[in-house]
Structures are given as C-alpha cells and as structure tokens.
Write a new protein. Structure first.
Length: 88
C-alpha cells in the first residue's frame, strides 16, 4: 500500500480502539494500515498525542470506511480522539 494515497478515517487514543476499527474495515474487504509513533507502544504512553494511532485506508475506499466508522457511535464517543477530520 505504499504507492497509494492513504487517508486517515479514524484516530484513537491508543492501540486497542484502532485495532477494533481496523478489524471491522478489513472484515469488509477494506485494506487498512495503522500509523503511530513507536515510542507510544514501547513506553505505553498516551500523553500529548504520543499514543495516538491513526487508521488509514486507500483514498478510493475512504468514503465507505468513514461511513462504517460513523456507524459505531458508542466506539467514537468512548475514544476522545476519534475525530477523523481534525488534521492537527
């Protein structure tokens, strides 16, 4: 997937929420990658964005993936950093 334009469709404050979303998208045939700082995993930190994990999909799958993520409102509410539109 390195040649594809990837789009972030979900942000999680840790690996667990990102893995759940990744699993759901892949179950529906959407190729998915996780983007994160390795230091967050090594040290187990979720401070100041260090533990943030982004779920990314190819640009041509982004609309479908975003709709699937939006279906899981309780998951999005449980994860404070789940807003895929915040590019900060």
């Amino acid at each position: 997937m390195s040649d594809l334009n990837l789009v972030t469709v979900y942000r999680s404050a840790g690996m667990l929420g990102a893995q759940v979303v990744k699993g759901k998208l892949e179950a529906y045939g959407i190729p998915t990658m996780l983007r994160y700082e390795s230091a967050g995993l090594v040290f187990g930190l979720t401070v100041d964005g260090l533990g943030m994990v982004e779920v990314q999909v190819p640009e041509d799958c982004a609309e479908e993936a975003e709709a699937m993520v939006a279906e899981d409102e309780p998951l999005a509410e449980a994860d404070a950093d789940a807003d895929p539109t915040d590019e900060s």
